[in-house]
Design a binder for this molecule. Structure first.
Ligand code: UDP
Length: 357
């Protein structure tokens, strides 16, 4: 029996677990215990994903949200340690790059419990991003690194992974598994009237929301674009607070909606004309659903999308955003396999069950 404690805390982690936990449930010799740290706790940022994606209800809910980075990470380490002492798993599984990821990895490694990291090896090379710090530290103390792309493996190799006594797997991207599985279950968000082409936009990354200058430029750009095409913006709670304090307001032509569940989100991605986002996950989902993507960041971890011209990076520069919207010609040959074509969760389950060291 392989026993895994999975640490979840934030929306993108629930979405990834939707595919991986479904795969784990297929194996009799596999037991998964789910810990929800509470980093995201609103119904529309958390519960909806457990319900819709049929993720098993968390065995532990730690209730640690809405705190500073240090307080959140510290309290999570302490509480996760208690869970691990109680459960004594073979593995702690962590996803991505949030404070919950790092806290899970630290708590496990101090107890000499092996850490498996899904979405390992990604780098933005911007150490001011809290996510970059979380990724680098988590990778360094993991026993298995599940890399979604060859670029991620190359990044780890240039950091010296060969000397870390760590297994590196090119697993593919679990978000592609989800995109394939949930596509047929997609549902139009209730109450949303859309009778013409639209752009789907999301903004939540701290580098944009916490900078008045960048957020203002993004708002002004969306306002200008909304004069020409409908724009739908599911609003992240952090962005909502920051927008309220901003002197420039979003025009009434931008359709603001509350954060939506994954089935509604898949519908929006599948039906939009273009994605404009600073989200990591949404950049890939745009590709899975064959939509061009304008990324409101200065760098991306998903460089293969930019290299292959499915995505263009415009930062938070109004002229660059408008020019990308009006003039950029994107590739529309989506036949290239960049993310493993939907077998990532299966690869991950097999690697954990067959691990020998
Ligand atoms: N997402 C969602 N509802 C929303 C906005 C985003 O289900 O209202 C999904 C999106 O499709 C993607 C994931 O949330 O699968 C991305 O999460 P987020 O942008 O919060 O984080 P990131 O990927 O940047 O870490």
């Amino acid at each position: 029996m392989t026993k895994v404690v999975t640490i979840l805390g934030a929306r993108p982690q629930f979405i990834k677990a939707g595919s991986v936990s479904r795969e784990f449930a297929k194996y009799d010799n596999f037991k998964e215990i789910i810990v929800h740290t509470g980093q995201h706790y609103d119904a529309n940022m958390s519960d909806v994903f457990f319900d819709e994606m049929k993720i098993p209800k968390p065995d532990y809910f730690l209730g640690i949200g809405g705190k500073s980075h240090g307080a959140m990470t510290g309290q999570m380490i302490e509480k996760i340690e208690e869970v691990l002492l109680n459960e004594k798993p073979d593995w702690v599984l962590v996803y991505g790059d949030t404070n919950s990821t790092l806290a899970g990895a630290i708590a496990a490694s101090k107890l000499h419990i092996k850490v498996a990291h899904i979405e390992a090896g990604l780098r933005s090379f911007n150490m001011k991003m809290p996510e970059e710090v979380n990724r680098i530290l988590t990778d360094r103390i993991s026993s298995i690194l599940f890399c979604p792309t060859q670029t991620a493996i190359d990044n780890l190799q240039s950091e010296g992974v060969d000397k870390w006594n760590t297994q590196v797997e090119l697993s593919g991207d679990v978000m592609q598994d989800g995109a394939i599985f949930y596509r047929d279950l997609a549902e139009k968000p209730p109450g949303l009237t859309l009778d013409r082409e639209f752009i789907l936009s999301t903004i939540h990354r701290a580098e944009n929301t916490d900078s008045e200058k960048r957020l203002t430029a993004i708002v002004e750009s969306l306002n200008e674009i909304a004069e020409q095409i409908a724009v739908v913006l599911p609003l992240h709670p952090r962005t909502k607070i920051k927008l309220e304090a901003l002197s420039v307001k979003l025009s009434s032509k931008v359709t603001l909606i509350d954060p939506v569940g994954y089935l509604n989100m898949v519908w929006l991605i599948d039906n939009c004309k273009l994605v404009m986002t600073d989200s990591g996950g949404l950049q890939k989902e745009a590709f899975f659903f064959e939509k061009p993507c304008i990324t409101l960041r200065d760098e991306t971890e998903w460089v293969e999308l930019v290299i292959n011209n499915f995505n263009t990076l415009v930062g938070a520069d109004k002229a660059a955003i408008i020019s990308a919207f009006k003039e950029h010609t994107f590739s529309n040959d989506f036949s290239i396999d960049l993310y493993g074509n939907g077998f990532a969760s299966n690869n991950i389950a097999n690697a954990l069950i067959n691990y020998e060291k």
